[in-house]
Design a protein around this ligand. Structure first.
Ligand code: GDP
Ligand code: MG
Length: 366
């Protein structure tokens, strides 16, 4: 399961700059560097210092971090839902993503033109939102008439779908994003999910600020934070151009020094990926063996068999039990044997809810 995030925003707000600094983050894990699949698609490793610490103990053949696919989605402009710019092509790209990274221009620079002439991240956000909403409305309306006919013939599922579509239509007609709508029943939630609406995807707003505002943000980003609050969305402040410079530095020490000067503990790329994980309720469990120390992504709340299934479907089908070591225990005792001896190795059954950072060993038979 690889997470897929799409970067959207108006032209010249810094999308490609952000994409480039993601693409230069390759120093993080030499065995799985960022690779560009297509000019606008890249795969980045998910930063996780726990893997490095565990590898110091286990000395595995390799470290395999989780990965995240990033797509630089260009061409979103006013009228896009009607086919302006690259029109429908990029809307298809967005539909395939798990989460949206919405870049907003929060920096002044007379040398870089803004398509609408002035710097106003809230207006920009609304332009993009509107295009995505219009596309969703199109999806909903074409679906609604069909489902209404089926529902009229007495189909129960279609009735559920009609309710869902109607609730969405109302929200979108009022200019709200689909993600602001909540449903009471599981059937409705499932139907809602199956629609893959663009504005129901989780969104992370990235305020692209100048270097001086890298730590604190600025008046523009404050406005974005306020707007995001009303829709329960997350905001991240990144100085993309500066981060691009940082990413191009050769050594870890040089990067660290630059970040320290800006007052940042961690690069924007790291913060971005970590935010995306929490946004999607994703967590990581780890397998640690001689061959490899590896991160696996699962949904928060998943039980042991489901997590076993992330590694292999046979592990889930033939699940017997899981042996679990807490990350802190592994570090403290220094080896699996020592953990076992200290009585800290948990033997868990099929109802165990896996926790972030758990080091898992599944017992199964096929
Ligand atoms: N001054 C300043 N310029 C930036 C910043 N971020 C991006 N730029 C510049 O803005 C221009 C457009 O950026 P780009 O990433 O290509 O925008 P895109 O059209 O959204 O992909 C480029 O010349 C960047 O160097 C920033 O934070 N400050
Ligand atoms: Mg671009």
């Amino acid at each position: 399961m690889s997470l897929k995030c799409g970067i959207v925003g108006l032209p010249n707000v810094g999308k490609s700059t952000l994409f480039n600094c993601l693409s230069s983050a390759k120093a993080q894990a030499a065995n799985f560097p960022f690779c560009t699949i297509e000019p606008n698609v890249g795969v980045i490793t998910v930063p996780d210092e726990r893997l490095t610490r565990l590898a110091e103990i286990v000395h595995p053949g390799r470290i395999v971090p989780a990965t995240c696919e990033i797509v630089d989605i260009a061409g979103l402009v006013k009228g896009a839902s009607k086919g302006e710019g690259l029109g429908n092509k990029f809307l298809g790209n967005i539909r395939e993503t798990d989460a949206i990274i919405h870049v907003l221009r929060c920096f002044d620079d007379d040398n870089i033109t803004h398509v609408d002439g002035t710097i106003d991240p809230i207006r920009d956000k609304e332009i993009i939102d509107t295009e995505l909403q219009l596309k969703d409305l199109e999806t909903i309306e074409s679906r609604l008439s069909k489902e209404q006919k089926t529902a009229a013939a007495g189909n129960k599922e279609a009735k559920v779908m009609v309710n869902v579509l109607t609730a969405y239509k109302k929200a979108l007609d009022e200019g709200r994003n689909a993600r602001t709508v909540t449903f009471d029943s599981q059937e409705e939630e499932k139907a809602a999910h199956d629609l893959f609406l663009l504005t129901s995807k989780p969104v992370l707003y990235v305020c692209n600020v100048d270097e001086t505002a890298a730590m604190t943000g600025n008046a523009y980003s404050k406005r974005v934070e306020k707007a995001a609050q009303t829709e329960g969305a997350e905001v991240l402040i990144i100085a993309a151009k500066t981060e691009e410079d940082i990413a191009s530095l050769e050594t870890y020490e040089d990067k660290k020094m630059f970040l320290d000067e800006l007052g940042l503990a961690e690069s924007g790329v790291n913060r971005l990926i970590k935010k995306a994980y929490s946004l999607l309720n994703l967590e990581t469990f780890i397998t640690a063996g001689e061959m490899e120390v590896k991160a696996w992504t699962y949904h928060k709340g998943w039980k042991a068999p489901q997590c076993a299934g992330v590694i292999h479907t046979d592990f889930e089908k033939g699940f017997i039990r899981a042996e679990v070591i807490k990350y802190q225990d592994y570090i403290q005792y220094g080896s699996e044997a020592a953990v076992r001896e200290a009585g800290k190795l948990g033997v868990e059954g099929k109802d165990y809810v896996v926790q972030d950072g758990d080091i898992m060993h599944f017992r199964f038979n096929v």
